[in-house]
Design a protein around this ligand. Structure first.
Ligand code: BGC
Length: 522
């Protein structure tokens, strides 16, 4: 297939400031299509994030499965707004999925390494489909929660394998953009779910929630079909000993001749050999030389969740209702935040490889901080500590929604995409699959935590909840500034150089490496 653009892959300075290492390669149609389709694995994750908040704000759904919340919400109009939806079992409905995803991402680590990235994606799609069907036909809460658990298994498999797949396929110059398509597809999934909820809530007869939950089957079918037809990554082929096929695949996706892929191919084989020598990737992760990767694989996803983004993503409709919006207005506001989230992700798709990861992280952090505090102040002024509000003028609600949107857009071009991209590109092959599982499971653990405690925290901390998250946003921005080196344009198998050149992490790097990459010891 013809190349899209005829530029050479980005090079970078060798570890000693010496030779410029370069892999020739172009952004070919074949790599573009594979990465974009592969990244669509995020759809199932996103659909799920967006669907539960709307469904749990639908009266017929609450009445059927959570009658106590329904009564509290419908009948007791005088209840403190902050505590309206505070129910453990309702929370469990949303959060059970993330616990399941946590467990399955650990299993997926083995599958991704042993059988390849595509197999994990396929398994993810199929299990997810089973969950969607269970949920659509749920007649009791058990079916509902089991369905969520199946969905969670699917999400765990997909989030473990998709970012690795894309990072390995993409030429390093475009890795950021292509990987961010994963986040873009998460945001598309969220938006579609919000729109679906908006319409299904209006279905006469009150069974719209079944359509919302069953609709998850559509992205599941899509991602399963995609995983079926996608090619394997060259890294994965080499790991499985299919050397010749890997070579051919590399030529195809880089759009260059056999002799031109020699350098990259040799590096991949060397990385694979180093990886093969590692019998216990999990145990290896504890080695001193992997300390920076280990720290990042834990802190980046944890901090991503501590931005508080999922308070908006899961509970936007509930949150807006608590703020005194009507049912329809709440679902509509969720559509608006979903749209902003998706559109702003394009900034990351186009900007990550241009401006670098650090700049986006830091700008996004500062913007989130400012607007989170603004939301806290606005809510405090109207709702105070009692949570009772008699009149909320429309202009006031609009300002609150606008501030939330500006906060969401900052997340959408910083911590959202980079929270997935950066971990997936910093792990050397020998620990990649295990480390990615850590990233996913930490992400899911904190997603679970935020989902679990949000409604009670809103009830207890009131507007202070937004201040609570903003403290973390401040800490994480400083953390990035001090500890995350720039990874833009560095070939994935040569990432070691960035740690070697970092003021803090260099002390963890061994003086000499036994791995020769492209003739340059890194
Ligand atoms: C996060 C999700 C979040 C979503 C919002 C993702 O990167 O992992 O937890 O809901 O972004 O767009």
């Amino acid at each position: 297939m013809a190349p899209l653009v005829g530029i050479k892959a980005d090079g970078f300075m060798g570890p000693n400031g010496g030779d410029r290492l370069e892999y020739p390669g172009k952004l070919t149609w074949s790599v573009l299509i594979s990465c974009v389709l592969g990244a669509m694995g995020g759809l199932i994750f996103g659909y799920d994030i967006g669907i539960s908040g709307g469904v749990t704000s639908m009266p017929t759904f609450l009445e059927k499965f959570f009658p106590s919340v329904y009564k509290k919400e419908e009948l007791d109009k005088s209840t403190n707004q902050y505590c309206k939806f505070d129910s453990q079992i309702l929370t469990l409905f949303t959060s059970s999925l993330y616990l399941a995803a946590l467990v399955s991402s650990l299993v997926a680590s083995y599958a991704t390494r042993r059988f390849g990235r595509r197999v994990s994606m396929l398994v993810g799609g199929l299990i997810f489909m089973a969950g969607a069907i269970l949920n659509a036909f749920a007649v009791n809460i058990l079916m509902l929660i089991f369905g969520r658990i199946f969905l969670g298994f699917g999400v765990g498999f997909a989030s473990q394998s998709v970012p690795i797949y894309v990072s390995e396929m993409a030429p390093c110059r475009h890795r950021g953009a292509l990987n961010n398509v994963f986040q873009l597809s998460i945001t598309i999934g969220i938006l579609v779910a919000n729109v679906v909820n908006y319409f299904t809530a209006k279905i006469e007869g009150g069974w719209g929630w079944r359509v919302s939950l069953g609709g998850a089957a559509i992205p599941a079918i899509f991602i399963s079909a995609v995983a079926w037809i996608l090619p394997n990554t060259p890294n994965s082929m080499i790991e499985k000993g299919e050397l010749q096929q890997a070579r051919e695949m590399l030529c195809r996706i880089r759009g260059v001749s056999d002799s031109e892929i020699e350098a990259e191919y040799t590096d991949l084989v060397a990385a694979s050999e180093a990886s093969r020598r590692v019998q216990h990737p999990w145990r290896n992760l504890r080695l001193r030389e992997y300390r920076p990767q280990l720290v990042m694989s834990i802190l980046i996803p944890a901090l991503q969740q501590l931005t508080g983004i999922n308070v908006v993503m899961f509970y936007a409709p509930v949150l807006f209702q608590s703020l005194g919006f009507g049912n329809n207005a709440s679902l509509l506001s969720a559509v608006i935040t979903g749209l902003v989230n998706m559109l702003a992700t394009f900034v990351a798709v186009f900007g990550t490889d241009k401006w670098g990861r650090r700049k986006l992280f830091i700008e996004g952090g500062i913007q989130m901080l400012i607007f989170q505090v603004a939301v806290a102040v606005l809510i405090a002024l109207k709702f105070g500590v009692s949570g009772n509000v008699t009149d909320l003028p429309e202009w006031y609600s609009i300002i609150v929604v606008m501030c939330i949107c500006i906060y969401v857009s900052a997340f959408a071009w910083s911590w959202g995409p980079l929270g997935w991209l950066v971990p997936s590109e910093i792990f050397p092959l020998e620990i990649r699959s295990a480390a990615q599982s850590i990233t996913v499971s930490v992400n899911m653990f904190f997603t679970f935590g935020v989902a679990e405690v949000f409604l009670s925290m809103l009830c207890g901390l009131k507007y202070g909840l937004f201040i609570f998250f903003s403290v973390f946003v401040a800490i994480m921005t400083v953390f990035i500034y001090a500890f995350l080196p720039e990874t833009k344009g560095i070939p994935i198998e040569e990432m070691r150089v960035v740690w070697k050149g970092h003021w803090y992490w260099k002390r963890f790097m061994p003086d000499h490496d036994d791995q020769e990459v492209n003739g340059n010891s890194v």
